[in-house]
Design a protein around this ligand. Structure first.
Ligand SMILES: Cc1cc2nc3c(=O)[nH]c(=O)nc-3n(C[C@H](O)[C@H](O)[C@H](O)COP(=O)(O)O)c2cc1C
Length: 334
């Protein structure tokens, strides 16, 4: 069911969120998904070290605007004192919620003892949650995985520690670190977490179409869901999800005109944020996702990646979309 949801003191208009995704969930993408119904968006993971050391790049990730609210800022690191300091910085900068990353499986991050490495060090994990709790009055969430491997599934233990140390909600992506993003997410574990802790549980993993979100909530009893890869090139997934969950209605996939408007707006926002050169460069991956599964998409993508001028790109998109007749179903694109 689509329902309102509270995380600590934060009241959210619904229980469907945009998951944190590095390199993807920046200001333009968050604003787009909000228009389609996502009630809470997460920044990509931001280095606590970077914030404390005032690294320019880390602050770039925090760029926001009035139509980007409420905003959850995800921080990662391995030193409880640095995370406390970073939480203070993020709070002072006006975030609405702080999320601690304890689920990232990327080697570079694990090597520093951060991300999912924290699941192997429950004492340090607990110290981090406690420290961040002390540093901020903001709602606090923690995002975890199933565990290191199938022989080390400790999500429930870690979830209990998160609750005991003051987290207001838990997000669980039930794949192991070793699994990375392969295989399927083990939703049963989300149900188990829900049974074992008292704070709200947000499920993450494999939500690609409206029915999936409802199914995850019905099967696991989780309080909310977050959408990651299902939103790539597909920000309107939130419209479909919220409609289906509120009254079972299936929405039409967007018309080519609607697609064009969204793509154009996304590109414009990218250029506003990153400037012309970086804005176009950075937009290419989105363009590839937007045209995935569309007729003639391969040819279009080949041509689009070699374009440097925005004006040229802006002409190419409508020209290409006009060559298509009819929409494309979610089933077709995935
Ligand atoms: C490209 C990419 C980047 C991601 N970056 C982050 C991140 O910065 N922090 C985080 O907690 N999870 C991150 N995730 C994991 C997602 O938030 C989500 O838990 C996972 O993709 C499973 O959900 P999905 O099947 O809806 O994609 C990332 C996933 C992808 C695909």
């Amino acid at each position: 069911m689509l329902s309102k949801m509270n995380i600590g003191s934060l009241s959210l208009r619904n229980n469907i969120f945009l998951a944190p995704m590095a390199g993807i969930t920046d200001l333009p993408f968050r604003v787009l998904t909000r228009k389609f119904g996502s009630s809470l968006c997460f920044t990509e993971m931001v280095s606590a070290n970077g914030l404390v050391r005032r690294t320019h790049k880390s602050y770039e990730y925090l760029k926001s605007s009035p139509d980007d609210s409420p905003l959850a800022v995800q921080i990662f690191g391995s030193d409880p004192d640095i995370l406390r300091e970073a939480a203070g910085i993020v709070t002072a900068l006006g975030a609405d919620l702080i999320d601690i990353n304890a689920g990232c499986p990327v080697k570079k991050v694990l090597k520093t003892g951060a991300g999912a490495a924290l699941m192997r060090d429950p004492a340090k994990f607990g110290a981090i949650v406690k420290n961040v709790r002390k540093a901020t009055h903001l709602p606090l969430t923690v995002k975890i995985r199933s565990g290191w491997g199938y022989d080390a599934l400790n999500a429930i233990e870690i979830a209990g520690i998160a609750e005991d140390c003051g987290a207001d909600a838990l997000s669980l992506h039930p794949r192991t670190v070793k699994q990375g993003f392969s295989g399927t997410a083990d939703w049963d574990l989300i149900g188990l977490a829900k049974k074992n802790i008292g704070i709200p549980v947000i499920g993450s993993g494999d939500i690609r179409k409206p029915e999936d979100a409802l199914k995850m909530i019905e099967e696991t009893g989780c309080d909310g869901v977050m959408v990651g890869r299902g939103a790539l090139g597909n920000p309107w997934i939130f419209k479909g999800l919220t409609a289906f969950m509120s009254n079972g209605a299936m929405t039409d996939s967007p018309s080519m005109i609607e697609r064009e408007e969204v793509i154009r707006r996304h590109l414009e926002m990218n250029i506003e944020l990153y400037g012309k050169k970086m804005g176009v460069k950075n937009f290419r991956k989105h363009l590839l996702w937007y045209t995935k599964g569309l007729k003639g998409g391969n040819k279009f993508r080949e041509a689009a990646v070699s374009v440097n001028e925005i004006s040229e790109l802006l002409e190419m998109v409508p020209e290409y979309l006009q060559t298509l007749s009819g929409g494309v179903s979610d089933a077709e694109r995935l």
